[in-house]
Design a protein around this ligand. Structure first.
Ligand SMILES: NC(=O)c1ccc[n+]([C@@H]2O[C@H](COP(=O)([O-])OP(=O)(O)OC[C@H]3O[C@@H](n4cnc5c(N)ncnc54)[C@H](O)[C@@H]3O)[C@@H](O)[C@H]2O)c1
Ligand SMILES: O=C(O)CC[C@@H](O)C(=O)O
Length: 526
């Protein structure tokens, strides 16, 4: 039974799902050195934001197949190291959207009406009404930085509260922004015109310290900033100084450059700042959502099924993946075949997408072909996660060509591998029942299903050659399941494809190559 380590607090419903297929160990609050020590025994790791999955943890996780982040941000996981090792990293992109958006709105209102401080004051026995005169958000301008899932929900609710909306998101269309009643503007204008600025972007090299002293200098003295996205997007020292000097009116932060927050100039500030300990996703509903979402994906991957929200596998909706699955199988089979035919060091792989395949999203097909190409050499060490990286590291140039006019089959795929030992090309297609057919070899037409063990020859089309090969193999007790010849002209060059029941030993292959008329021969195990 596979073993799953749950190293952060996860809702029980997730543990129950994992327990259907695995032994689940819950060990939270582990120091990094202890995690490195115990990780080798686990097939999967499930975390929230508390566990840092460093390259050391990933290297030590010899059996790890999947890391599941019960939440959105995967910045506590070294995704590059995981990808290199072929470990799938999954998250829950939508499970806590509403929770994080509602926390943002709560922060905005708390800040505007000084609720946290007024609450504390009242609880201490005071009746201070003068110190807590706030502001309305109605008719004020909210600048949304990042109009993704959370940003969009915040914008929708803020609009219903009568706010005017500006948005900055270079990856969102004007139409989408208009749908949300947001005016897309440049960041500088958003800084200058907003009464409230809310951040809903990931932390990336581009967004680190996006809100710094220079950005704050562009804002109005009445501006209030809310960050329920990621720590490190705001320069906390610059923010504390700006608040102290009254350059802006307030800030509400749920996330920090370093968590837990510890000592910080922010904690010494008064009612102009509201701080929460990364509570954006902390609702019962969100915790159930993310636990179910991620536990189901871990369960599926442990059962050999695809994950629906892998962050390091090209994004494909599950329904599209289901649709493309037979073609992925075709690409993998042809990649494996052409890799073995080419042998040696592969320099380039040309992927020809024909017919309906030419109009499809090609990235998954390319990855499947590369996985197949490398699988003979790397066996199970290559998978959908790391196939592209492995190919790149081996200097394999990938060229894609498309020809929608080829209509022999609904869709067909031609792979041409060029390497140190020469160039080979195979084409394949799917029959009506999604059965794979190899439809050409080095441009010679054939029509054979792939078989576990196969023998391919390049030869001269002449009388007796089929008989000679048949007798030779029979003499060595090799059982032939099927045989087919492909040629373009009579008595010209030709190919022969034999499906055989067992792998062909090298000494017999050498005998095949000696048969009169045979130019070359190759064995393949698929
Ligand atoms: N506080 C919490 O507990 C909590 C909970 C959930 C999510 N989050 C964080 O909230 C953030 C947003 O999450 P989401 O689910 O809305 O993500 P999302 O991917 O749906 O949206 C992110 C948006 O940011 C935009 N973006 C990326 N780079 C940008 C840039 N340089 N400038 C402007 N826009 C940029 C993208 O185009 C996208 O529209 C993430 O950082 C996530 O980790 C925090
Ligand atoms: O696990 C949490 O509570 C935080 C989650 C949040 O930061 C996220 O990115 O989804």
């Amino acid at each position: 039974m596979p073993k799953v380590l749950v190293s952060d607090p996860i809702d029980q419903v997730g543990i129950d799902i994992l327990s259907q297929v695995a032994q689940v160990d819950i060990k939270t609050g582990l120091p990094p050195e202890q995690l490195v020590q115990i990780i080798p025994e686990y097939d999967a790791l499930m975390i929230r934001s508390g566990t840092r999955v460093t390259a050391d943890v990933i290297d030590a996780g010899k059996n790890l197949k999947i890391i599941g982040r019960a939440g959105v941000g995967v910045d506590n996981v070294d995704v590059t190291a995981a990808t290199r090792r072929g470990i799938v990293v999954v998250n829950s992109p939508e499970g806590n959207t509403i929770a994080a958006a509602e926390h943002t709105l709560a922060m905005m209102m708390s800040l505007s009406r000084y609720i946290p401080d007024a609450n504390q004051s009242t609880k201490s026995g005071k009746w201070d009404r003068k110190s807590y005169t706030g502001n309305e958000v109605y008719n004020k301008t909210l600048g949304v930085v990042g109009l993704g899932k959370i940003g969009a929900h915040v914008a929708t609710v803020a609009r219903a509260m009568g706010m005017k909306l500006l948005a900055y998101d270079p990856f969102v269309s004007v139409e989408r922004a208009e749908q949300l009643n947001c005016r897309l503007v440049e960041l500088d204008m958003l800084f200058q015109e907003s009464d409230y600025i809310t951040l809903h972007i990931p932390k990336t090299p581009e967004t680190a310290n996006l809100i710094n002293a220079a950005a704050i200098a562009r804002m109005k003295p009445t501006t209030r900033i809310i960050n329920c996205a990621r720590g490190g997007i705001i320069d906390e020292a610059a923010l504390a100084a700006a608040l102290q000097e009254g350059k802006i009116a307030g800030a509400a932060l749920d996330v920090f450059g370093s968590e837990p927050l510890g000592e910080s100039p922010l904690t010494a500030l008064g009612k102009e700042i509201v701080l929460t300990p990364h509570l954006g996703a902390s609702t019962e509903e969100a915790q159930v959502n993310v636990a179910v979402d991620v536990a189901e994906q871990i369960r599926d991957v442990l059962l050999g099924l695809p994950a629906r929200s892998a962050v390091n596998i090209p994004g494909l909706r599950p329904d599209l993946l289901e649709q493309l699955k037979p073609y992925l199988q075709l690409a993998e089979t042809l990649g494996n075949l052409v890799g073995q035919l080419a042998g040696g060091r592969i320099e380039s792989l040309n992927i020809g997408l024909q017919g309906e395949l030419a109009t499809n999203q090609s990235q998954p097909i390319v990855i499947a072909a590369l996985k197949g190409l490398l699988s003979h050499a790397l066996q199970e060490r290559v998978n959908y996660v790391n196939a592209s990286i492995e190919a790149k590291e081996r200097g394999i140039r990938v060229i894609e060509t498309r020809d929608a006019s080829v209509r022999d089959y609904a869709g067909s795929l031609q792979l041409t591998a060029k390497g140190s030992l020469g160039e080979h090309s195979v084409t394949g297609a799917l029959l009506g029942d999604n059965e794979i057919r190899i439809t050409s070899l080095n441009d010679f037409p054939i029509n054979v299903p792939p078989n576990r063990h196969m023998l391919f020859t390049l030869h001269r089309d002449m009388p007796g050659i089929i008989g000679s090969i048949g007798s030779l193999l029979g003499g060595f007790n090799v059982n032939i399941a099927s045989m087919q010849v492909g040629r373009k002209i009579v008595r010209g060059d030709a190919v022969m494809v034999l499906s055989i029941d067992d792998p062909l030993p090298d000494n017999i292959l050498e005998e095949v190559k000696k048969v009169s008329g045979i130019r070359d021969a190759y064995t393949v195990t698929l």
